[in-house]
Design a protein around this ligand. Structure first.
Ligand SMILES: Cc1ncc(C[n+]2csc(CCOP(=O)(O)OP(=O)(O)O)c2C)c(N)n1
Length: 265
């Protein structure tokens, strides 16, 4: 067995990617947004994209991304990040815009934007944080809220007669021809956090390789709005969220398969 390198471990736990600002996180206890942002920052560092990456955050808890990333950024109106990122990429193909969007943002008010960005096969990286709720505004029903799940606008639980069914974004978008890579990952334990990083890394490398839109959906806890203890929220994800939103890759083009094997630059 390889001996544990405590220096490397310390750095992993206490170190900070170069591209992250040195400031305390404002996210609630147990929230996954900070983890997603750190994974993105690690990938930007590792791929040496500090000068080229542009974060397009839209409305929701992702909106303060500019506090944390030392890269250029733009804020779009709610749901419109794929359109803004499209404009950046088409004007400056040398840049690497990525969107950071919540589920209310991407799968409700911004549904048309992401569907058409995928249909057009825009060369973008989309990081989609699915916490099954409208987090920033206080836990209202999102398109991804589970049936029977409490929200402040469905206090007796989501009922499909009144609020419809949850949307599986990856499965839906994977039917389109434009995207090159679509995957769903989860933050419920460290092994899955590492898998999430691999998917995010691939989604950036897809853009660097000139391939069509790459989207990673990250299942992420929101204990405050779920009204569940942060540790129990992780078990809740395994028991409730993952059965509704299975993890895995939903679209992998042959070019992405080569990228994964390291047989394509
Ligand atoms: C056009 C517009 N409509 C509504 C709002 C109010 N609003 C701000 S954040 C938000 C919910 C965001 O939820 P989600 O995208 O799921 O992200 P989270 O905060 O959960 O990460 C809403 C509805 C807004 N800012 N702009």
């Amino acid at each position: 067995m390889k001996p544990i390198d405590y220096g490397e471990l310390d750095n992993m736990v206490f170190g900070r990617p170069d591209v992250m600002e040195d400031r305390p996180s404002h996210f609630c206890a147990g929230c996954g947004h900070g983890i997603v942002q750190r994974l993105i920052a690690e990938v930007i560092d590792e791929l040496n994209l500090q000068e080229r990456a542009i974060c397009v955050a839209s409305i929701g808890c992702t909106v303060t991304a500019y506090h944390y990333f030392k890269v250029d950024g733009l804020e779009s109106a709610h749901g419109r990040a794929p359109a803004v990122a499209t404009a950046i990429k088409r004007c400056r193909p040398d840049l690497i815009p990525f969107t950071l969007q919540g589920d209310g943002d991407l799968a409700s008010i911004g549904t048309a934007e992401i569907v058409h960005a995928c249909a057009r096969g825009e060369k973008l990286t989309v990081i989609f944080v699915n916490n099954a709720t409208y987090g920033m505004t206080g836990g209202q029903l999102a398109p991804t809220t589970l049936l029977g799940m409490y929200s402040t606008s469905t206090i007796k639980g989501r009922n499909h007669h009144q609020s419809g069914f949850p949307i599986r974004v990856c499965e839906m978008l994977a039917t389109l021809d434009g995207p090159s890579y679509i995957a769903r990952v989860s933050l419920h334990n460290p092994a899955n956090v590492r898998k999430a990083k691999k998917a995010i890394d691939l989604a950036f490398r897809a853009q660097l390789s000139g391939l069509g839109l790459a989207l990673v959906e990250v299942l992420s806890p929101c204990p405050v709005n779920w009204k569940i203890d942060p540790v129990k929220a992780l078990d809740w994800m395994v028991e409730n969220m993952i059965p509704q939103y299975p993890l895995g890759e939903f679209k992998v083009t042959p070019e992405i398969a080569l990228l994964k094997k390291g047989e394509r630059a």
